[in-house]
Design a protein around this ligand. Structure first.
Ligand code: COI
Length: 356
């Protein structure tokens, strides 16, 4: 159990106006959570302080060798005024896995959730209530030893910042166009693709720039070995509806195990749909799109929730998915997941946690 010191700001910021579109990740709340780690001493000095710059030595190891990880989850306000988190235990567990892979110290599931609840409670008034909005929670940890040799750091800072957000993609729930990348590679089994760390995102930028230039908003990655099998989009996992079955790439060591991915699988199964977690090749998708059996494509992620895909580009082919609009399963998943998150639908799975 953490002993959290709270220092409230003396100059609170103005809350965003009701008509502010809350462009993803651009507005930050009044406070942040910080906690330090030192080998031999463990985690200490848990505190909530006014949001502001963090001073670091220019030689801090994170700047040079990228030893850092992060998480993403959201808080919602229900119509009856409750503050709700969605599956924070899953983020805490995934953070531990990332920490292990990156030789970073772990934070217990209970302490992680306690820290998230504490900072959300302090900045509760920042949770937006307009449809499609939420308070995005970004926990992150990085190496702070002032040292230029390559080894795991002995000191770390763990922080949590909060950002009121609208839709992740400017398209909102409207279908996005996605580029299947067959040149650059995001991750490979044995590497760090399964960990939530900045290195995976910087690896994606060159292909993302290329895709944007071609009019596509995101990149869909293929496996790094054979460059044949679909992996993930980087900001979300990917699902296909082929001949009535829901198909998603199986977790293979280089794909991020998404919390929304897991929730979508559980929901689809509970609706009696057949769900296959397996290898799926870009060629299979192309053939299925030609014979009309590729019925729906959508991405899942905390930031994006459910993002229907209207077009997929593979080699020289632009495949339109269905009529290019929002598919039936995408809409149903979006309505159900956001309904549970907002406390409007019964939480049969026990996924929500109320912050008191
Ligand atoms: C999330 O969905 O929370 C993520 O971390 C993806 C990020 C690129 C916004």
């Amino acid at each position: 159990m953490l002993n959290i010191r709270i220092e409230k700001t003396t100059c609170p910021k103005e809350l965003p106006a009701a008509d502010n579109p809350l462009k993803f990740g651009t507005i930050f709340t009044d406070h942040m959570f910080l906690m330090n780690y030192e080998t031999g001493k463990g985690w200490h000095d848990a505190r909530i302080v006014p949001y502001g710059p963090i001073q670091l030595d220019p030689s801090a190891m994170v700047f040079h060798y990228g030893q850092e990880m992060f998480e993403g989850l959201k808080a919602y306000k229900s119509d009856d005024g409750r503050t709700i988190l969605f599956r924070p235990d899953k983020n805490a567990e995934r953070a531990i896995n990332s920490n292990k892979r990156l030789c970073m110290p772990e934070i217990s599931v209970d302490d992680f959730i306690q820290a998230v609840e504490a900072i959300v409670k302090v900045d509760e008034k920042w949770i937006p209530t307009k449809p499609g909005t939420s308070l995005y929670i970004r926990p992150f940890m990085f190496a702070t030893d002032p040292f230029l040799g390559v080894r795991p750091s002995d000191t770390y800072l763990f922080a949590i910042i909060l950002s009121p957000v609208g839709a992740y993609y400017p398209e909102g729930l409207n279908p996005v166009k996605i580029w299947i990348e067959d040149d650059y590679v995001r991750a490979i089994k044995g590497g760090i693709g399964e960990a939530k760390t900045g290195g995976n995102y910087v690896a994606s930028l060159a292909a993302q720039v290329k895709a944007h230039e071609e009019g596509y908003s995101q990149v869909l990655w293929l496996d790094g070995k054979e460059r044949k099998y679909i992996e993930e989009v980087g900001a979300m996992n990917i699902f296909f509806k082929i001949k009535g079955k829901i198909v998603t790439p199986m977790l293979n060591g280089s794909i991020l195990p998404g919390v929304t991915r897991n929730s979508a699988i559980e929901l689809c199964k509970s609706w009696g749909l057949e769900v296959e977690e397996r290898r799926v090749s870009a060629e299979e998708l192309y053939e299925a799109s030609k014979d009309g059996s590729l019925e729906e494509v959508f991405g899942t992620g905390t930031a994006a929730v459910i993002s229907p895909v209207g077009h997929l580009r593979f080699e020289d082919h632009d495949m339109q998915i269905g009529d290019g609009g929002i598919g039936e399963i995408s809409q149903r998943l979006y309505d159900t997941i956001t309904g549970i998150q907002l406390g409007k639908l019964e939480d049969k799975f026990g996924w929500t946690v109320e912050v008191k």
